[in-house]
Design a protein around this ligand. Structure first.
Ligand SMILES: Cc1cc2nc3c(=O)[nH]c(=O)nc-3n(C[C@H](O)[C@H](O)[C@H](O)COP(=O)(O)OP(=O)(O)OC[C@H]3O[C@@H](n4cnc5c(N)ncnc54)[C@H](O)[C@@H]3O)c2cc1C
Length: 256
């Protein structure tokens, strides 16, 4: 396997992460909006803990180096492999990479990244967002042990995007898939209605909110209104409606 590009090595050094070249094992469409990309190489160094993501160099054909961040969906340390669930229902550098990914492709990966991790003290865990969050949500939820509770509220564009998983015995699960219908991608109404109908369990809980930038802000406000304070909410915007993420992978912010 070749060495990662100098820019990937510099980036990893600055972030206190690792840079490695991984090889695509397979890329499979899971649903109309999601493609699973399985990578091999340096899995132990790159994948971190449930909630962490990796930065993938998805386009280096022009003068720009375009990187995109993808949460790690699952890890198989014995096989030195890990999987990403990449949204491919729109046109963008990351979605194009996943659609074109072919077994044998080599790609620079920097990781682990990200600060949204499972709160070990919470009795219940609420995961809220869109399909781009499913990989992170399911890896985190799968790490829970009894007697904890997982609540998953995800907005989907197609019925077949309602992918499910199995959690450890004794972990109670409430799953709600919200049909986006023809609402805009920055319209929070679907998630707000689903949250309003959701009974929050008793005891200390933690909410994890990811997805479109402005939807995320509104959902966080709604969770405050339901009594969760800042310490009980971890939020990370993944993308922004009608605007490409910056080349370093983050959605561009203005205002809040
Ligand atoms: C910490 C972190 C973790 C992330 N984890 C994941 C993950 O596990 N899976 C995942 O799919 N993404 C994840 N993302 C988002 C991902 O990094 C990309 O930014 C996003 O998928 C868009 O990249 P792109 O190059 O395909 O599109 P861009 O070039 O960024 O955007 C092109 C166009 O597509 C639109 N667009 C972008 N994303 C979506 C979307 N999901 N639905 C509809 N329209 C969209 C944009 O508004 C824009 O108009 C994560 C982001 C961060 C910051």
């Amino acid at each position: 396997m070749r060495e990662p590009l100098p820019s990937s090595q510099d980036l990893a050094r600055r972030l206190g992460a690792h840079a490695h070249v991984s090889r695509v094992v397979a890329a499979r469409p899971l649903s109309p909006s999601l493609t699973e990309v399985e990578l091999e190489g340096a899995a132990a160094a790159l994948t971190g803990q449930p909630g962490n993501d990796v930065m993938v160099l998805v386009d280096q054909r022009g003068p720009r180096m375009v990187r995109r961040r993808y949460s790690v969906r699952s890890v198989d340390l014995d096989a030195d492999r890990f999987r990403l669930w990449v949204t491919t229902g729109h046109d963008g550098a990351g979605s194009d990479w996943a659609r074109r990914a072919t077994a044998g492709d080599e790609v620079d990966v920097v990781g682990p990244r990200g600060k949204v991790l499972v709160d070990p003290h919470a009795a219940w865990h609420l995961f809220v967002g869109d399909v781009s969050g499913l990989g992170a949500f399911y890896r985190m939820a799968e790490s829970l042990t009894a007697p904890r509770q997982a609540l998953v509220v995800v907005e989907i564009d197609h019925d077949d995007d309602a992918l499910t998983t199995s959690l450890a015995e004794g972990v109670a699960v409430t799953g709600v898939f919200v049909d986006r219908r023809d609402r805009r991608r920055d319209d929070p109404q679907g998630l707000l209605l689903a949250l309003a109908a959701l009974a929050m369990p008793a005891g200390d809980g933690h909410a994890y909110v990811v997805g479109e930038l402005s939807v995320l802000h509104t959902v966080v406000d709604a969770l405050h209104d339901r009594g969760l304070d800042d310490h009980a909410i971890s939020a990370k915007s993944y993308w922004r409606a009608d605007r490409a993420n910056a080349d370093h992978g983050e959605p561009e912010r203005d205002g809040r």
